[in-house]
Structure formats: structure tokens, C-alpha cells
Design a protein around this ligand. Sequence first.
Ligand SMILES: [Zn+2]
Length: 123
Amino acid sequence: MEQAPDASRSPLLAGLTLRCPNCSKGKLFKGYLKLADGCAACGEGFSALEQGDGPAVFVTLIVGFVVVGLALTVEVAYMPPLWVHAALWPPLILGGSLGLLPPLKGLLIGAHFRHRKGEVERG
Ligand SMILES: [Zn+2]
């Protein structure tokens, strides 16, 4: 049931939208972050594409950079009481981290898939 990859589809975009990097149709995850065994649409196996903790590192760096920048900006501009910081940033950190993790993991899987395919094609 293997299909030839369509060159017009980007594995990076497919991963970012949580779709199979090979066909852009099947779902990449079977849970929040649990990688599916394979694509239901084209049969591509995902077991070799597991990213471990890689996506979490990037999410931590991105969310940390944004939240620290915003917190410093708000502090310098408005000098609010401490409770305002305590109320503002934890939800943003939690929401940003949980919201970014699946698409970023998908993006890294798409990049891994694309470069692995390139290595196979070059021999
Ligand atoms: Zn597929």
C-alpha cells in the first residue's frame, strides 16, 4: 500500500499541520503527542521518525524567549504589582508550551522525513 511521495507536498508543512509527511493525508499522532504506528492513508511507517525530547527543547527556548521578553517589556513600561506578573505569565507559558509542542514535533518529524528521504535517494 506504499505510495510514491508527491513532490508538490512539503513534508515540513504536513508535519506542521500534524499530517503524514509522505502523503499529507493521514494523521501523524494517535494522541496528544503519541506518534501513530503508521499512516492510515498511505501506509508509511513512523517508528523511525520519533524525535524524543528534541521538540520540547525548542518549545522551551521559544516560549521562554517570548515570555521573558514580554515580561520585561510589561515591567519596564507599566511597572505593575507582582500579582499581575503572577497572573499573566503562567497561563501564557502553559498554553504556549502545550499549544506549540504538537506542531513543532510534527515539523521536526517532517524535516527528519525529508532529509532521510534525501539520504535514501542519494544512496
Ligand atoms: Zn501517509
